[in-house]
Write a protein that binds this ligand. Structure first.
Ligand SMILES: C[S@@+](CC[C@H](N)C(=O)[O-])C[C@H]1O[C@@H](n2cnc3c(N)ncnc32)[C@H](O)[C@@H]1O
Length: 139
C-alpha cells in the first residue's frame, strides 16, 4: 500500500513512515490539529485499544479533532475481515481482532477522549457509483 501511495500525485508532500501503531508514535505531544486513523482499528488487539486512543489524544491539540474510521463490527459477525490481493493475486489477510462498537467507544472514553459524533455508514448507490471498489460492499 505504501509503495502505491508513494507514487501518487502529491506524494512528495507527505512524510511517509512505517510504524507499528501498537507502539508510541514518534511525534511530540499536542502537535496536531487533526489526526486521522483510517481502517487500522481492527488490527489492534483489544487490550491495546485504550493505549492507542490515548496516544492519538496525546498528539492532538486541546481544541483539535481526531477522526477514526473502522470497518463496521457487524462485518465480523458476517465472517468478514480485512483482506487484500498482492500484485500476484495472492490473498493477504492481516491479523484482525473482532470487536464491538462499545469496545471501540469505551476504549476512546477510557483514554480520556470525548465523542462528538458516531456514524454507522452503509455503501449506498451514490457511493457505489463513485467508487468501483466500494460497489462490492453495497448495502
Ligand atoms: C485497510 S488498510 C488501510 C490503509 C489506509 N489507512 C487506508 O485507509 O487506505 C489497513 C492497514 O493497516 C496496516 N496495519 C495493520 N496492523 C498495523 C499496525 N499494528 N501498525 C500499523 N499499521 C498496521 C496494514 O498493513 C494495512 O496497510
Amino acid at each position: 500500500m505504501l509503495a502505491k501511495a508513494r507514487v501518487k500525485q502529491g506524494a512528495e508532500r507527505v512524510r511517509w513512515m512505517t510504524h507499528d501503531v501498537g507502539l508510541p508514535l514518534p511525534f511530540p505531544n499536542r502537535s496536531y490539529a487533526r489526526v486521522l486513523s483510517a481502517l487500522v482499528l481492527e488490527h489492534i488487539p483489544p487490550a491495546r485499544l485504550t493505549p492507542f486512543f490515548s496516544e492519538l489524544g496525546r498528539l492532538t491539540l486541546p481544541d483539535g479533532r481526531i477522526v477514526v474510521t473502522a470497518m463496521h463490527p457487524a462485518m465480523f459477525v458476517k465472517g468478514t475481515s480485512a483482506n487484500f490481493r498482492d500484485e500476484a493475486g495472492a490473498e493477504i489477510r492481516p491479523q484482525s481482532y473482532p470487536a464491538t462498537l462499545s469496545d471501540y467507544t469505551t476504549a476512546a472514553v477510557n483514554a480520556g477522549l470525548g465523542i462528538d459524533r458516531l456514524a454507522e455508514l452503509v455503501v449506498d448507490d451514490a457511493v457505489a457509483a463513485r467508487n468501483e471498489r466500494a460497489a462490492r460492499w453495497a448495502g
